[in-house]
Write a protein of this length. Structure first.
Length: 192
């Protein structure tokens, strides 16, 4: 990704995190659903966006903790992933709904009809940009929530491999206490 776009992305992620600070064990990520060629926005995909808007309104009642941004190349979801666990169910549902809406829109004459790519991105340690391509899906390919979740979870594991796993205070305290205690040397009695 071009350094200018990386800086725009960093600023977008900072803005998202300013709305709600991450909890321990959470990492802010971007899930980009982009068309491989052409455009995927309201002007060219009005039928798909009718369905996407419906899904967003249904999810808004559940107060999910994510951001939704429209771009010419396709929508982007900003969310928190729990390290070692994955994304919230509402986010998985929305990603699946967007992919299915795109297929339905194409059946109803939305254009263009190029495949979609699902990509996860993040800024690591406030400077390093990381990206993983999750999968590519054509307008006639079957997709399920389970398939989306499995592939996203695998991509997030790669993307978040350097992040510390969430620990409960009790586990953390026990681990810290073990480190604090000096190692005891074994004492063998000489039997002479």
């Amino acid at each position: 990704m071009d350094p200018r776009w990386q800086e725009i992305f960093r600023n977008r992620m900072r803005g998202f995190q300013a709305r709600r600070e991450p909890q321990p064990g959470e990492a802010a990520v971007s899930i980009k659903i982009r068309v491989s060629s052409g455009c995927f926005h309201r002007e060219h995909s009005p039928r798909a966006y009718e369905l996407i808007d419906k899904s967003l309104s249904e999810l808004s009642g559940r107060t999910p903790s994510f951001g939704f941004e429209e771009h010419e190349s396709g929508p982007e979801i900003l969310a928190y992933a729990v390290v070692g666990v994955g994304l919230a169910k509402a986010v998985i549902e929305l990603i699946t709904a967007i992919i299915k809406a795109r297929s339905e829109g194409i059946r109803k004459n939305d254009r263009p009809s190029d495949p979609l790519e699902v990509i996860v991105r993040r800024v690591h340690a406030d400077h390093e940009f990381r990206e993983e391509t999750v999968f590519r899906v054509g307008p006639t390919d079957a997709i399920t929530e389970t398939k989306v979740e499995q592939r996203l979870t695998a991509a997030l594991r790669k993307l978040l491999k350097d992040e510390p796993s969430p620990e409960t205070p009790a586990k953390r305290t026990a681990a810290q206490e073990q480190k604090k205690q000096p190692k005891r040397q074994s004492r063998k009695k000489n039997k002479s």
